[in-house]
Write a new protein. Structure first.
Length: 104
């Protein structure tokens, strides 16, 4: 079983989400304790080291990274998928990577 760790960004964004969706997201995060590599999908391009899983009626995405050596799933970010919007979770992730916000 994997441990779950949330980044500061993920904690902040989770705190902004309304209660019903937040509960669904937390339940989905709990599922990642078991076989996280079989859940979600591998991302591509600049996000290739991360995985994404849908939550809360497909609107939200949980972006995570699996640390096999420490048996930890790191929840990197949580946000809404809005294709073409600058607040789209994937666009924000790309921006965070470019400015070095996600460097561990």
């Amino acid at each position: 079983m994997y441990k779950i760790k949330l980044t500061k960004i993920a904690i902040e964004n989770l705190g902004k989400i309304e209660k019903t969706a937040k509960t669904q997201i937390i339940n989905k995060i709990e599922l990642l304790k078991h076989e996280p590599e079989l859940r979600g999908k591998e991302l591509k391009g600049i996000l290739k080291e991360y995985r994404s899983i849908r939550a809360a009626g497909q609107r939200y995405r949980i972006i995570y990274k699996i640390n096999e050596s420490d048996v930890i799933v790191v929840i990197i970010n949580i946000g809404i998928r809005k294709d073409g919007d600058k607040k789209d979770i994937y666009e924000l992730m790309k921006k965070y990577i470019k400015i070095g916000l996600l460097d561990e």
